[in-house]
Design a protein around this ligand. Structure first.
Ligand code: ADP
Ligand code: MG
Length: 623
């Protein structure tokens, strides 16, 4: 029978990626083995899972394994598995295109730092292509479980690949690498043994290496040629805590997470009783690139009595803990569980509650080490804040983990530390939301607090305004947004009388300002919070803050223009001058005072042309 060979072009991104990868990971070429073995192991996991429903899929071959064989003479390296295999179409799709939409991101993220880049491969679902770092030509032979047709894929990694129908007696995938001349180290038994130990010790499938016949020597007995298991292949989480070293935990983490940094912390628990499960949960040191993409893969690896069930089981942790990596092995779930069943099972909720509690106490324990904690906070703090809204039951616990910039010192403070230094008369926990710390710290709204020695939390994350709508109290102290409504009582007393006196004389002025600014402001009044600035804007208690408004608008909702209250500093020279100014000059001053108040808050000018024109006319009088 003559073979029909079909030629296919790689998707453009693949060609690009191949060039980049070969070029930039050249001196980190070891990673190819990690990627190919990890694919083989995934294929075995998938086979085991598919066969849960259909035992026939094993076809009499149910001992899943990965075999590696080196042919030194011909510089060939072969990695075979009896996993699920691929159909012809799957082969074309999986090894000719990049399904993962993160590819562009991957290319962007390539830093030139080979160590880092080598680790990105695994995260971005482009691991297979790393074979071309060491091989001139790659041949894949594969037969899918339950099918009789087998297919060959062959490529030199330069723009195209070939597909052929072939005979293959056993299920699974065999990948044959024709190694480059300078990659001959990968047919060396010692090198291969070391790599398998390094990369595959935590894979639950046995990885075997072909050993040539050994003759009897002084030191060893003779041995016939054959495959020998190299890796441990024991589910790490089933072992006893006391037997496991930090290195083993870390090694396992890197094998399940594709993260090159060691984890910050982990918790490993075996639970028996009304719930029966083992969990091993890790706190990563670095946020993944897609942390803020709520659709990105997340969740735990789910096993049921050591049988791999699924990756990214997201049902067992809340969204705001989506950065946690780990495994859950639960004896109480049925083996044929599906995502739908999980979604609706009561047991899922119980497990979720239990695991959430474990993660929160793990994070809490990390906080004992302030420096490590700040590192964690920088990476994941914003996401954790989502929990204040998402998980009201744990609000108090989450709140204890929060850190904020604040007025009275550099660096971050916890809410507990803030409360500890509150003045006895203080009404609540004062806070200000702003675009950045720099903008916040020059806000006129802070002047009176600074003058009187009150601390104010400064919140600069986009989610803050949204979160603070639902997070009103901590340890019986209320939060007070200092950009809203009236100044708290305890700060107002001193200046009250003088102000009341001024106000009565100024009704005419306020009317004039309202006429000039129209619907840009809802009210004008003298301020009790200003010390050195002439003007500021405050929101009424019900107004949406500027950040919230941005979020709502970004989600396509049209929001009415906000109408803040303009407050003036009655003792400021400019304001005093305004009270006696001529009509034209008064107009100019009003536009300038309003514009400055907007700028001081980091808002865009709502009437830039008036602001610039008025400022220039005023300046023209003095130059
Ligand atoms: P990822 O493993 O992250 O999906 P890879 O580039 O490593 O990305 O592999 C691409 C895809 O090719 C895999 O998702 C899988 O579907 C398929 N594949 C690769 N190797 C094998 C294998 N040994 N057996 C079955 N399928 C495989
Ligand atoms: Mg892979």
């Amino acid at each position: 029978m003559s073979q029909v060979t079909e030629k296919f072009e790689f998707q453009t991104e693949v060609s690009k990626l191949l060039k980049l990868m070969i070029h930039s990971l050249y001196s980190n070429s070891d990673v190819f083995l990690r990627e190919l073995v990890s694919n083989a192991s995934d294929a075995c996991d998938k086979q085991r899972f598919a066969a849960l429903d259909d035992d026939g899929l094993y076809g009499g071959d149910s001992e899943l394994k990965i075999q590696i064989r080196a042919d030194e003479e011909n510089r060939l390296l072969t990695i075979s598995d009896n996993g699920i295999g691929m159909s012809r179409q799957e082969l074309i799709d999986n090894l000719g295109t990049i399904a993962n939409s993160g590819t562009a991101k991957f290319l962007e993220q390539m830093t030139g730092d080979q160590k880092k880049d080598a680790h990105l491969i695994g995260q971005f679902g482009v691991g297979f292509y790393s074979a071309f770092i060491v091989a001139d030509e790659v041949t894949v032979r594969t037969r899918k479980a339950g099918e009789s047709e087998a297919t060959l894929w062959r490529s030199t990694g330069e723009g195209s690949f070939e597909i052929e129908t072939i005979e293959k007696s056993d299920r699974g995938t065999q990948i044959e690498l024709k190694l480059k001349e300078d990659a001959s180290t990968y047919v060396n038994q010692y090198k291969l043994t070391e790599l398998v130990k390094r990369y595959a010790d935590h894979i639950t499938v046995p990885v075997e290496l072909y050993q040539p016949e050994q003759e009897k020597t002084e030191y060893q007995e003779s041995k016939p040629a054959g495959f020998e298991q190299i890796n441990d292949a024991q589910a790490l989480w089933t072992r006893d805590k006391t037997e496991l070293s930090d290195e083993e935990y870390q090694g396992f983490y890197s094998s399940i997470s594709h993260d090159f940094m060691p984890p910050l912390k982990w918790v490993h628990n075996k639970v028996e009783g009304s719930l029966n499960y083992t969990s091993l949960l890790y706190l990563p040191a670095k946020a993944p690139f897609d942390l803020y993409n709520r659709d990105a893969n997340k969740g735990l690896k789910l096993f049921i009595q050591r049988v791999f069930i699924m990756d990214d089981a997201e049902q067992f942790l809340p969204m705001y803990l989506r950065f946690i990596k780990g495994v859950l092995d639960c004896a109480d779930l049925p083996l044929n569980v599906s995502r739908e069943i999980l979604q609706n099972a009561q047991l899922t909720n119980k497990l979720k509650t239990a695991l959430t509690k474990r993660v929160l106490s793990m994070i809490n324990a990390l906080a004992d080490d302030n420096e490590a904690y700040l590192g964690f906070w920088k990476e994941f703090g914003v996401v954790l804040k989502e929990g204040l809204v998402e998980d009201p039951k744990n609000q108090e616990k989450i709140a204890g983990l929060l850190r904020y910039q604040h007025l009275s010192a550099e660096g971050l403070t916890s809410l507990d530390d803030y409360i500890a230094q509150m003045k006895p008369s203080q009404e609540g926990i004062y806070y200000l939301t702003a675009e950045s710390e720099a903008v916040a710290k020059q806000s006129p709204l802070l002047e009176i607090f600074e003058k009187n020695g009150y601390d104010v939390l400064i919140m600069t994350d986009q989610v803050d305004e949204w979160v603070m709508q639902q997070f009103n109290q901590y340890k019986e102290k209320s939060f007070v947004d200092i950009a809203r409504g009236e100044l708290p009582e305890d700060l107002t007393q001193e200046s009250d009388e003088a102000q009341d006196d001024e106000s009565s004389k100024s009704d005419g002025l306020f009317e004039q300002i309202k006429t000039t600014l129209g619907d840009k402001v809802s009210d004008v009044r003298f301020s009790k919070r200003l010390v050195s600035s002439p003007s500021c804007l405050v929101l009424s208690a019900m107004d949406l803050g500027p950040q919230m408004k941005k979020i709502m608008e970004a989600s396509g909702q049209s929001m009415p223009d906000s109408q803040p209250i303009l407050e003036l500093n009655a003792s400021h020279r400019l304001v005093k001058h305004l009270q006696n100014a001529q009509e034209a000059e008064a107009q100019q001053l009003i536009h300038v005072l309003f514009g400055q108040a907007e700028l001081a808050e980091g808002r865009p000018l709502s009437e830039p042309e008036h602001y610039v024109k008025s400022l220039n006319e005023l300046l023209a009088k003095v130059v």
